[in-house]
Design a protein around this ligand. Structure first.
Ligand code: XUL
Length: 512
């Protein structure tokens, strides 16, 4: 039976996952942690130290060293590498790699005797890669805004965003014109690694390309006017845009037991890959991932943008588009409220929801201990429409959980209505949080236990490149482990609170 390999190159690690779609099973996995396994690259948390805290760059050779190491670990695990029939993958979004004119020759000539980093190094036009955590481009974002106004979001899916690749390229071309001139190709993390696997320049898929402020989502082609404004001659330095198969696997990878020539699916971004890995690529179902940050993502049936400019539009690897909204204050904020209320998680999960009524008597709170992304708010601090610190712990807990759920609903309204929400991440284990989401959205909440949804999505896309339908895999790989039904009686309670949460978003911090 054929096996498929999915590789996820994320911020702090690179993982590989091998699936057997026939058996509906993950048969092997291997992971490389950048800090623990490759300390010589000085990126313990995925980026290099820099005097300016807004600058977050990584060493692109680190990702290549991680690819070599992950594949050797996978081989050592005993999985029959020769049965792998296609490879797919994804990268952290927005990060960019700058390559010179030697790229084609370097990729074609990879030799098994040496490792990837030393062989690819001569093709780098810039030694470092800005990643999604970089926020050093506010000047450039202002310049994009002044030049294009609302058109940038209307055509590329997002207003100018500091971490997006276009503003990053503009800053580079302004500050280092010589290196920019020596750049023959700008790749994303995804298309860079896919190029190395296929031994030739890979395309950028519309899923990840949409995170650049450069791709016109109406035509799915680079926007020539935006590209030329970004940096002179940029259009000629951008790869082709398309999905599908990038090429056959380069013979270099035979040293890990992989068969040369097997299809390498065009890589995508980690969020589009997760949309596939969570089985949510069709319209009508959204994913709420409750982690360090909370994210809300869903397929979009047609191309449209968030009127408030908070949510992004990326390509959906299954066709069409997807939306993504990121809420910075997720689990860390919830945990701080719990700690300060002197409560254990069990209390947070049960008693808090039994001792209080849905709607909490109108008392809401938004735990913005860090500057928030959705909506963009730079002044941190908890917002509450009642005397938060003096209230009982259960009232505080419900105020925060309902405040966050209502904010999710408010900022997801432009995407559409959802009959089903799939929840993942640590906080989705709480029955109280799940019931609140079901009641606020009036949707069925399904818990799914998918570890590594991005790598899984990459493996499923590899299988699709070999002719296996995504639908055949979804049930086996992202099964529903629990269901929570909405209570109709709560609908008017939460409809009425939507205005209150909007007002709260505009309020000043509570001064705690
Ligand atoms: C999405 C974003 C992150 C990165 C890294 O816009 O910046 O989710 O993709 O995971």
């Amino acid at each position: 039976m054929a096996l498929y390999l999915g590789i996820d190159s994320s911020t702090q690690s690179l993982k590989g996952l091998v699936i057997d779609p026939e058996a509906g099973a993950v048969v092997a996995s291997a992971s490389v942690n950048f800090g623990a396994d490759l300390p010589q690259y000085s990126c313990p948390e995925g980026f290099l130290a820099h005097a300016d805290p807004l600058v977050k760059h990584a060493d692109p050779l680190l990702w290549l060293a991680a690819l070599d190491l992950m594949l050797s670990r996978l081989q050592a695990s005993g999985v029959p590498m020769g049965r792998i029939a296609a490879v797919g993958g994804d990268g952290q979004q927005h990060g960019s790699v700058y390559l010179n004119a030697r790229l084609g020759e370097v990729l074609a000539g990879l030799r098994a005797e040496a490792g990837l980093p030393e062989q690819v190094a001569p093709a780098l036009a810039r030694p470092t890669s800005p990643i999604w955590m970089d926020s050093s481009t506010s000047d450039e974002c202002r310049e994009f805004g002044a030049r294009f106004g609302a058109r940038l979001q209307a055509d590329t899916g997002s207003p100018a965003i500091a971490r997006f690749t276009g503003p990053q390229i503009r800053r580079f071309a302004k500050r280092e014109p010589e290196r920019y001139a020596a750049t023959a190709r700008v790749h994303l993390v995804s298309s860079f690694l896919c190029s190395v696997l296929s031994g030739r320049e890979a395309p950028i898929d519309p899923g990840d390309g949409a995170g650049m402020n450069l791709l016109n989502l109406r035509t799915l082609a680079w926007d020539a006017e935006v590209a030329e404004f970004t940096a002179p001659g940029l259009l000629a330095k951008l790869p082709e845009v398309r999905g599908g198969v990038a090429g056959g696997l380069h013979p270099y990878f035979a040293k890990f037991g992989l068969r040369p020539g097997i299809p390498v699916a065009v890589w995508t971004g980690d969020n589009p890959a997760s949309l596939v890995g969570t089985g949510a690529w069709a319209a009508g179902v959204a994913v709420v991932s409750l982690g360090t940050s909370d994210t809300f993502f869903a397929a979009l049936d047609t191309f449209r943008t968030d009127p408030e400019g908070c949510g992004h539009v990326f390509g959906n690897p299954a066709g069409g588009f997807m939306s993504l909204a990121c809420f910075k204050n997720g689990s860390l904020a919830r945990d701080r409220v719990r700690r300060e209320a002197g409560a254990e998680w069990a209390f947070f999960d049960r008693e808090a929801f039994e001792r209080t009524e849905p709607g909490n008597g109108g008392r809401l709170a938004l735990p913005w201990f860090e500057p928030e992304i959705t909506p963009p708010v730079l002044t941190p601090g908890l917002r509450a429409n009642f005397a938060f610190a003096a209230a009982a712990p259960e009232v505080r807990v419900r105020a925060v959980v309902e405040g966050q759920a209502l904010a999710l609903r408010r900022h997801a309204a432009w995407i559409g209505r959802f009959g089903r929400l799939r929840v993942t991440g640590g906080a989705s284990r709480s029955p109280g949080i799940r019931q609140t989401l079901a009641d606020v959205f009036q949707a069925r909440v399904e818990s799914i236990a998918v570890a590594d949804s991005a790598a899984l999505g990459g493996a499923m896309l590899a299988a699709r490149a070999d002719g296996v339908a995504l639908e055949r895999m979804a049930e086996a790989f992202s099964p529903v482990t629990a269901v929570c039904e909405p209570r109709a009686a709560c609908a008017p309670v939460y409809d009425a609170l939507l205005t209150a949460v909007r007002e709260l978003e505009r309020a000043a911090p509570a001064g705690e």
